[in-house]
Design a protein around this ligand. Structure first.
Ligand code: BGP
Length: 477
């Protein structure tokens, strides 16, 4: 039995433009960094592209009708910047504005609350060519201009805004591990400076939203991987502390307090990686922190921290992008921490630990440390789903995963955490950035194999009916 959730709780599901839309050259959309990146041989899993994705661009009505059938209360989706501004700045593309307007109206028609992510990783390539994208502070103004365009166009209809999806992930994979565009490796100095630019863009957009009279809720979504010390050996406990400062509080403190954690900043100064932060920047970050309405949390797994010697493992080992269990290496930062597997937890085929309690840990930490409401903006299980001959998908493993997470979320609420929404990742199957279409997350199966040309037909999985019941009974199941 899952705990009863509060009245008006937003049961939701999430997606991102590049991962579902397709229609990559349609109606004036500009080229994005991802359109370009996936064309570099060897860069992503089998170089699978989002050119067609699951064709949500043409099938959004069908998809949203399925959401309504399920009873979804909120749908979190992202806007592709390059549909609105094909060149990233300059002329607005009316067709782009219209497309998202249609999605919003379609949601509202069924009483589904649209939750808009302004940036979920696809950046107009023109801005990369012009000044290096996030590496230049010039982007702050362009991002804010783009965000204001969305506030103006949809502000009367959209009450939930997410400025950035997982800033920690797209910057880490973009400038440290070379797995996301711009594909830079171990460029720590740029990584921290880029992050500062993103923080400033977030902060200025939040302030602009308020200046424009926005009364909805606004915040950022963070990929929160809570950590446990391997054991009570003091150096392992210290490694957990360092991990939290550098991998969690480094982002969440800026969103919530408008300042960087001190110990982490000192460490980066010594290393020569600290970003340039002016007095004015500090003021803006603080002002924006006072204006955010929630902490968005994308939760998939927890990690373990153990002291890592100076000659120990680096962050640049093999990640599991194949779905072959046990192929991930232990990663870490020499001299600080490493993240061995947790012997108490099962893992997914991609070696992600399955830890429902970790979700409760995240909620408790955010509540105590920041005293902010929480939106779980993503949580879900990636698996190799199989469609049977009679078109059924028996994904009881996904139901188990979600049910256990909801139980812990329910406990967190009982313990005093204010949780506004829970969005599963994802509604339909969609493109996984590094895993192509083999790693599925949806309630709705899409007939879409690695190569394009499949029917793209939709089929409801068993989990679809399960979540439908959860929503109907506000959690009780
Ligand atoms: C998050 C992203 C999503 C989604 C999800 C699943 O980091 O915000 O866009 O991709 O992870 O990840 P993956 O597809 O790598 O399994």
């Amino acid at each position: 039995k899952v705990t009863k959730f509060p009245e008006g709780f937003l049961w939701g599901s999430a997606s991102a433009a590049y991962q579902i839309e397709g229609g990559w050259r349609e109606d004036g959309k500009g080229i994005t960094n991802w359109d370009q990146f996936v064309r570099i041989p060897g860069k992503t899993y089998k170089a699978t592209t989002g050119d067609v994705a699951v064709d949500h661009y043409h099938r959004y009505k069908e998809d949203i009708a399925l959401m309504a059938e399920m009873g979804l209360k909120t749908y979190r989706f992202s806007v592709s910047w390059a549909r609105i501004y094909p060149e990233g700045r300059g002329e607005v593309n009316p067709k782009g504005i219209e497309f998202y307007e249609n999605i919003i109206d379609e949601c509202l028609k069924y009483g589904i609350e649209p939750m808009v992510t302004i940036y979920h990783w696809d950046l107009p390539q023109a801005l990369v060519d012009l000044y290096g994208g996030w590496e230049s502070e010039e982007i702050i103004e362009d991002y804010v201009n783009y965000a204001k365009t969305l506030f103006k166009a949809y502000g009367s209809k959209v009450k939930y805004w997410i400025t950035f999806n997982e800033q920690n992930i797209f910057t880490s994979l973009g400038w440290l591990t070379a797995q996301h565009p711009p594909g830079k490796f171990d460029d720590q100095k740029t990584f921290y400076q880029v992050n500062h630019h993103v923080f400033m863009a977030h902060a200025k957009a939040v302030l602009a939203y308020r200046e424009m009279g926005g009364t909805g809720k606004i915040g950022a979504s963070f990929a929160y991987t809570p950590s446990y010390a391997l054991d009570c050996k003091p150096e392992n406990v210290m490694s957990k502390h360092d991990y939290d400062e550098l991998k969690n509080f480094w982002w969440m403190d800026v969103y919530a307090y408008g300042r960087y954690p001190k110990a982490a900043m000192n460490y980066l100064r010594k290393k020569g990686f600290a970003p340039v932060v002016t007095k004015d920047d500090q003021k803006i970050l603080k002002a924006a922190a006072a204006e955010i309405d929630f902490m968005g949390v994308n939760y998939y797994q927890s990690c373990v921290c153990e002291y890592n010697p100076m000659d120990g493992v680096t962050p640049y080992g093999t990640m599991n992008t194949t779905g072959v269990k046990g192929s991930a290496q232990v990663l870490g930062v020499p001299g600080i921490y490493k993240n061995p597997a947790n012997p108490y937890l099962m893992t997914t085929d991609w070696d992600w630990s399955i830890d429902p309690v970790g979700l409760r840990y995240c909620c408790r930490e955010i509540t105590s440390r920041y005293d902010l409401p929480i939106i779980i903006s993503e949580n879900g299980l990636g698996a190799f789903d199989k469609k049977t001959e009679d078109n059924k998908i028996h994904d009881e493993y996904r139901i188990d995963y979600l049910r256990e997470h909801l139980k812990e979320l329910g406990k967190a609420i009982e313990e005093g955490c204010e949780v506004l929404a829970y969005c599963t990742w994802s509604f339909t199957d969609l493109l996984s950035w590094l895993n192509g279409y083999q790693k599925r997350y949806g309630f709705v199966y899409v007939d879409r194999e690695e190569e394009e040309g499949a029917t793209l037909d939709r089929y409801k999985k068993d989990s679809f009916y399960w979540y439908q019941d959860v929503i109907k009974q506000d959690g009780e199941n």
